[in-house]
Design a protein around this ligand. Structure first.
Ligand SMILES: Nc1nc2c(ncn2[C@@H]2O[C@H](COP(=O)(O)OP(=O)(O)O)[C@@H](O)[C@H]2O)c(=O)[nH]1
Ligand SMILES: [Mg+2]
Length: 239
């Protein structure tokens, strides 16, 4: 199975090179870095490290994920893995993430930091709370057994294409989950490690504006997913 890693990135020049290197050294054939209008050397450093760089000037985490996904599907991915550019997730856990898709046990695999390890100081208390609340809401509204809404995940390419993603904000990872549930695709969690970003400043949970925006989008998508707008026909299993 061809695994393609997609990395949405905004001004991560100090992190992107080592991250791409670590992904490639896991035997991943293609790492797609989406440069979301960085003003630093993110694109150059990603290219030097061996990534395929896709520019996406429209600012937004979802825009970047969508551009990377389109590229991954275009180059024939069977499984697409998403990982943040700041090296908070560990590329040596990609195999664990991809295994349930490869073995035909799930179509969407979520890296759960709650089931795994959160390094001291890697997740501020308000982010922990927001995440707990969102996961709780997801459990009660969708009747699914999830503990985390983190960005590190693997998805079957067929399911990804069918989900017709439209949320171009930090709500993208949540939209993927609610649409997968609505499409009755099998979704599982595996433990994942979360460490503090290697370099640079947080733009989301580390800032008030970023945190409020992220919470707004995540909760909004979770609620809207219960309306007809995000209903999808039942997904055909590929195994
Ligand atoms: N494409 C895109 N990525 C972003 C944006 N803001 C942050 N990111 C990326 O999203 C990830 C999470 O952001 P980060 O600053 O680490 O937030 P934190 O994990 O909450 O501290 C990182 O990989 C960032 O490079 C954005 O506006 N667009
Ligand atoms: Mg981060």
């Amino acid at each position: 199975m061809k695994v393609v890693v997609v990395v949405p990135a905004l001004n991560e020049a100090g992190n992107i090179g080592p991250l791409v290197h670590d992904c490639l050294s896991q035997g991943i054939p293609t790492v797609v870095v989406v440069d979301n209008g960085s003003t630093d050397a993110t694109a150059q450093n990603a290219t030097s490290a061996g990534a395929v760089v896709v520019p996406e000037p429209r600012r937004g985490y979802g825009y970047a994920c969508a551009a990377g996904s389109a590229k991954a599907l275009q180059i024939g991915a069977d499984v697409v893995v998403y990982i943040d550019a700041d090296h908070s997730s560990r590329p040596d856990e990609i195999k664990r993430l991809v295994a349930p898709v490869q073995q035909g046990q799930a179509l969407l695999v979520l890296g759960s930091r709650v089931k795994g390890t959160i390094q001291a100081g890697a997740m501020p208390p308000h982010q922990r709370f927001g995440n707990w609340l969102s996961a709780r809401l997801m459990r009660s509204l969708y009747n699914v057994d999830v503990t985390d809404l983190g960005p590190y995940r693997a998805i079957d390419a067929g399911l990804l294409a069918d989900l017709d993603m439209s949320e171009m904000t930090f709500g993208w990872p949540t939209e993927m989950m609610v649409k997968a549930v609505n499409a009755k695709a099998v979704m599982v969690e595996v433990p994942a490690t979360w460490v503090a970003r290697h370099e640079g400043r947080s733009k989301v949970s580390g800032t008030l504006v970023g945190s409020v925006k992220a919470a707004w989008y995540i909760l909004g998508v979770t609620m809207r997913g219960r309306t007809a707008k995000m209903q999808l026909p039942e997904f055909e299993r590929t195994w």
